[in-house]
Each structure stands twice: as structure tokens, then as C-alpha cells.
Design a protein around this ligand. Sequence first.
Ligand SMILES: [Zn+2]
Length: 112
Amino acid sequence: MSDLPNCPTCNSAYTYEAGSLLVCPECGHEWSSSSPSTQEVARVWKDANGNLLQDGDSVTVIKDLKVKGASSMLKGGTKVKNIRLVDGDHDIDCKIDGFGAMQLKSEFVRKA
Ligand SMILES: [Zn+2]
């Protein structure tokens, strides 16, 4: 028995290979077997409360943060609009009035 993945649509274990495709006989779903399973474990971004964040979300900073290169602190409670999620230690790209473009950590924001 090969260890083919279950059908992503109906979770059937009776999937089989047809060329480069995987086929589910139960629901007829076909998908590519070449995509690594790590793609299913897509990165998710969560705010301080564990809510999922998405590109374009508005968030509120939950604590005073030091901003590299800025003379003043970014105050807790500051609203940040239209965030962009990125990979990295600071995983949110954003623009904040008075500060300009900067990066935040998702653990220090709350979905607004
Ligand atoms: Zn299926």
C-alpha cells in the first residue's frame, strides 16, 4: 500500500494515482500530487487574542512599542489600517500616521 493522501474534499482514503494526478473514486475530485503536503500547512497570522489576521485588516496596537529610528513610542491603542502580512520576525507590514512604513509583530496587535 502506498501512502497516498486522503481526498482533500471528502477525506476518502481510497485515492489512487493517475499520472501526475491523484483521483478520488468516491467524489471524483482530482488534484495534483506534486504539490507538497507542506502547502496545506499554510502559514497563518494571529493577533494577540488568537484571531486570524488577513491582508487589509485593521488592527489596534495593544501596548506601547519602541519604533526603530523614531523619536517617539508607538502608543498602545494606535489604529493601524490596511496591514500586509509578511514572513519574518516582524510579520506585519503597515503604514502608520506619523511614523510611515514600518513593521509590527502580530502578537502585539489586536484585530480592530
Ligand atoms: Zn473525495
